[in-house]
Design a binder for this molecule. Structure first.
Ligand code: PBG
Length: 340
């Protein structure tokens, strides 16, 4: 249709609404934009490994490395320079240090505690989040202790409380229980308060699903090879949504300062419901498998990696998340800084 007098081209519909007007130019789109992603929304999960000047690649997460404490300090500094408010630490634990009860979790000199002390000393203003769960430390790869095939709840909570105290003493600002045992938030809160850690926050992995998207993470922390069975007796069934609200309600009642939904993108509906219902600080974890999917597709030239990264992160904001744990954190913060 190149004929200028063509009726189709001169036709003007009597439309009362033309939503496209607000999209006609960049300035107009910016003016009506409802959600923005900033560095303040980001939490950077960092993997730790023993040694000095060591960085080892995580095969299933291209671009992500396990860092020895000295490099973790440098990463913390980089995060602070990029205005990323907080980092979250996850240790790779040597199989020799793993046992049935995850005793290394309680060692004041374990990798996470040493990293906490070093980071607090050298980058004092970054928020320091530590993960509470036994899976980096158990020989069976589960988040709690086992008897036969059963993950024992109350016995696990007793140890998780000690693990939390161990991390708080090392300088953690935020304790993040990811274990999904019942009652652990209340028990941790009481123990922290009793030791005078009244300002140490709790970010509860409140609605954490038994997900296939954790695969690369288990690779990163070395549980993939040892994990026996699956985590479906404590992590949530992906089919459930009301149950997530009950889980979040329990954690908030027990004193959680912030709640989390995990994984992220496949569970945006849960983030939205949680934020609407509780109006509490709500975080999403864009997990290892989500990261791996985007990076793998980008590496194949199948999608624009930076655009897909930004779009996926903005989706969390739109769904109602106050912040996102993402392995893209330093990359996206750099991108946002450049475009500012
Ligand atoms: C374990 C834990 C997991 C993740 C964070 N803490 C994995 C699991 O439950 O097996 C997953 C994070 C990711 O996949 O990026 N307590």
């Amino acid at each position: 249709m190149t004929d200028a007098k063509s009726p189709a081209l001169s036709l003007s519909l009597a439309l009362s609404h033309r939503p496209r007007r607000n999209r006609k130019a960049d300035w107009a789109r910016r003016l009506v934009r409802e959600n923005v992603l900033t560095a303040d929304d980001l939490i950077w999960p960092i993997f730790l490994v023993e040694g000095e000047n060591v960085r080892t690649e995580v095969g299933s997460m291209p671009g992500v490395e396990r860092l020895s404490v000295d490099h973790a300090v440098a990463a913390a500094r980089r995060a602070a320079d990029l205005s990323i408010p907080a980092i979250a630490l996850f240790p790779y634990t040597d199989p020799d240090l793993r046992d049935l009860h995850g005793s290394e979790a309680l060692n004041p000199e374990n990798l996470v505690c040493r990293a906490c002390r070093a980071i607090k000393r050298q980058v004092p203003h970054i928020g320091l989040i530590t993960d509470v769960a036994l899976d980096p430390y158990t020989s069976h790869g589960h988040d709690g202790v086992m008897e036969g095939e059963t993950i024992l709840n109350d016995e696990s909570v007793t140890i998780l409380v000690e693990q939390s105290l161990n991390q708080a003493r090392a300088g953690a600002d935020v304790i993040a229980p990811s274990d999904m045992m019942d009652g652990r938030v209340g028990a941790i809160r009481a123990a922290l308060d009793a030791e005078g850690f009244i300002d140490v926050q709790i970010m509860a992995y409140a609605a954490k699903y038994a997900s296939a998207f954790y695969g690369p993470f288990r690779d990163a922390i070395g549980t993939k090879a040892v994990l026996k069975g699956d985590k479906r007796t404590y992590q949530m069934d992906p089919a459930n949504s009301d149950e997530a609200l009950r889980e979040v309600a329990l954690d908030l009642e027990q004193g959680a300062d912030m709640v989390m939904v995990k994984p992220g993108l496949p569970y945006l509906d849960i983030i939205h419901r949680v934020k609407l219902r509780f109006a509490a600080p709500t975080f999403a974890y864009q997990v290892s498998g989500e990261y791996a999917m985007i990076v793998a597709a980008a590496r194949n030239g199948w999608l624009d990696g930076d655009k897909a990264m930004l779009e996926s992160l903005l989706a969390f904001k739109r769904a109602g998340a106050d912040g996102i744990l993402t392995y893209f954190a330093p990359k996206v913060a750099e991108l946002l800084k450049k475009s500012a």
